[in-house]
Design a protein around this ligand. Structure first.
Ligand code: TYD
Ligand code: MG
Length: 456
């Protein structure tokens, strides 16, 4: 028998970057120590399966029935909204997040709602059926038409799906299932990609909406959900600090809706509860009437987030004043202090200055400049910035406030989180759609911003 030819490739487990040799740092996503060797067939044996399958028919665009609008609501409003208004037939959705954040809980709650009307199959490749049953009892969910399958072999899963023909399918998680057509271990980049592509084909051919869970991985041996982002229809990330009960569901990619939506949940004794008014919880964490606290907008990748920035200005008891910045570049803070001294007449040079981004977030974009200044001035003047005001803008050395990127995302997020006033660069206001409930105050320089905030 002829030996099957194979070769080694090295895949980055974070982003899927491929290299013929091992690399210490990924040139694409900059992750260290994320490359793993995988063996792939070459030569004749390597022909992709889809080429050998029966060809699809050519169809006229007019003849294709569009059922995109036949969305099914799963009853969890926050999830439905993030999905773009419900579940589209045949859609393939990836839910990523840190282990233990609540992905399985969210999906079990969602399919339980769906499974009360139509057949839903929940493939649990990590836990036993009994464990899922116990969780369902804890969540107090009952669904007559919800079926469980504890299986990790993809070929068997596909057979069962065909046998049961469910209306919804959940795979929890994509990193624990494997296909016999790929030689590398479950969780490797090629396994994860191949399993996902077979499930994707099933979803597209049968029209069964499919959700797959992907754990965000810290160590480089298991492929992360990013390696699948380009192939799926929708990518949702479930985020949150395990020490806090709040969880945010964000759409990073959505072929059937907007990616600006977020869903907020609270993890409680009985599972996830929707938080209808996230601004309340966000503001609840801020200290009452604290001078030196301001809310700024930041863009993380393609996602807007609002964070609280805190500054403390106190008189320096000794010769050299201290500058401490956590979550933000301290050189930037020193520069802004100098600009304030020169252009806004606030003398801070002989004060100790501490700046902190609450919640351990790191910000490295110039749009935070105006917020840093506002917080410093507020602490120095011992004045409070109104609670529902949000600030963003880049500050130049001449004290001018410059336009920043993605202003529409920032104001939409501020409006969504219940903010009422936004202080922003004048250069960003042109052609900007003002979301309902938000008043914009455009400023051209630092002095104007400080006058707006503290002059009454
Ligand atoms: P899980 O959904 O298993 O996380 P993932 O699938 O993302 O790994 O959630 C696990 C965490 O959620 C666990 O730490 C316990 C907590 N939890 C609750 O606090 N309340 C609940 O009702 C449930 C089901 C879980
Ligand atoms: Mg889980």
């Amino acid at each position: 028998m002829a030996q099957r030819k194979t070769k080694s490739v090295y895949n980055c487990s974070q982003c899927g970057y491929q290299s013929p040799k091992w690399l210490g740092k990924c040139p694409d996503c900059q992750q260290w120590n994320s490359f793993n060797e995988e063996v792939v067939p070459t030569g004749k044996g390597a022909v992709h399966r889809s080429v050998t399958q029966s060809a699809a028919a050519v169809q006229r665009l007019d003849d294709i029935k569009s059922d995109v609008e036949q969305r099914r609501q799963c009853g969890i409003t926050e999830l439905d909204r993030v999905l773009g208004g419900g579940i589209v037939p045949g859609s393939f959705t990836l839910i990523g997040g840190d282990p233990g954040i609540g992905k399985s809980t969210l999906l079990l709650q969602a399919v339980a709602e769906l499974g009360s009307g139509a057949k839903a199959l929940y493939v649990t490749a990590e836990e036993s059926c009994l464990q899922v049953k116990l969780r369902a009892q804890r969540l107090n969910v009952e669904a007559e038409q919800l079926f469980l399958l504890a299986e990790t072999a993809l070929d068997l899963i596909l057979d069962k799906v065909k046998e049961l023909s469910p209306a919804f399918l959940v795979i929890d998680s994509i990193q624990t299932i494997f296909t016999s057509q790929v030689e590398s271990a479950p969780g490797s980049v090629s396994q994860v990609r191949d399993c996902a592509s077979q499930l994707m084909q099933l979803a597209k051919q049968s029209g069964v909406p499919t959700f797959i869970v992907g754990h965000v991985t810290k160590d480089g041996s298991i492929a992360g959900p990013r390696v699948l982002e380009h192939m799926v229809d929708t990518v949702l990330y479930f985020e949150g600090d395990p020490g806090h009960p709040y969880r945010i569901l964000r759409a990073v990619k959505n072929r059937f809706g907007s990616t600006n939506e977020i869903g907020v949940f609270e993890m409680g004794e009985r599972g996830l509860i929707e938080v209808k008014n996230p601004s309340e919880i966000f503001l609840a964490e801020r200290a009452e009437d604290s001078p030196g606290s301001v809310v700024i907008t930041s863009i993380e990748g393609s996602r807007p987030i609002l964070v609280e920035l805190q500054a403390l200005v106190s008189s320096a008891p000794y010769g050299t004043a201290r500058r401490t910045a956590m979550g933000i570049d301290h050189n930037r803070v020193s520069l802004l202090v100098a600009v304030m001294e020169k252009k806004a007449g606030l003398s801070l040079l002989s004060n100790d200055i501490f700046v902190n981004v609450a919640g351990g977030v790191k910000i490295d974009e110039p749009a935070a400049d105006l917020g840093i200044m506002a917080a410093l001035a507020a602490s120095h003047l011992n004045r409070c910035i109104p609670r529902r005001t949000v600030v963003f803008g880049e500050v130049g050395l001449a004290g001018e406030v410059r336009a920043v990127s993605r202003p529409e995302l920032r104001v939409q997020e501020a409006a969504r989180l219940g903010f009422e006033r936004c202080i922003l660069p004048a250069g960003n206001v042109k052609n900007l759609q003002v979301p309902a409930g938000l008043t914009l105050a455009a400023v051209r320089n630092v002095q104007e911003a400080l006058d707006l905030l503290f002059d009454d």
